[in-house]
Write a protein of this length. Sequence first.
Length: 295
Amino acid sequence: MIDTHNWLAMQFEADRPRLRAIAYRMLGSLAEAEDAVQESWLHLSRSDPSAVSNLGGWLTTVVARVCLNMLRARKTRREESLEASEPETVRGAESAIDPEQEMELADSVGLALLVVLDTLAPDERLAFVLHDIFGVPFSEIAPLVEREVAATRQLASRARRRVRGRASMQSADLAASREVVEAFLTAAREGSFDALLAVLDPDIVVRIDSQVVPAGVSREMHGAAAVAKLVVEHARLFRACQAALVDGSVGIVVAPYGRLRAVGDLLIRGGRITAFTAIFDPARLRQLHLAVLAD
């Protein structure tokens, strides 16, 4: 006969993928998500199972509360620099998390979604993730954020507006611009010089933040051929890019592992990219209004 502890462990392992999915969307870090899931197991192992009528719901509540506490603690700390906020694997330190696994997970969730979720207040993020992504009723979310149900619904509504944003373009122009950007990203990832030329205006101007350009080196590049050559040389970097709304227009977020590193602010005319401004400065990035493009 299976003892109570082993039975709980089996039930927990069966629910682990869902708990990790919740925690990852809450925290945007696979390592932190794994920590939150493990913490929920410790809570379970110290609890009386006879007092738990709905184990799945109980675990959802516990992992959500753990994540909320982690997010609140994150907000109280001094804002980290971009370098300091990179995952350990990027900085070269030892880590139990496979960077390839985390990149694949970020891709599956959506780089732009992770970036926008990270701009939400902790309570808004929890309400949106639990309700809009995992279908948890507001009546179960309200106690976690210590609000009435109506106020909790408003949290999710504010988060939803931030995630979706509002395009400044007409729907037809938005769709056309998105098609151009997606074609550019596909060509960039494949390192296809000819395909890049097809979406770049012959007289395209690329401007790059002074933060990443050495002194004495031009911050501007002109001409489709020169730009396409540069993109092909750095094709692997475009895996961490995704189309998104940037101040109401279609642009690009550069977000390895779901952490925002740069934004491409684009000007598109006649089905081609005529200007590309690469923004790296953290202060400028925080001023941008980023949102997810609807499927």
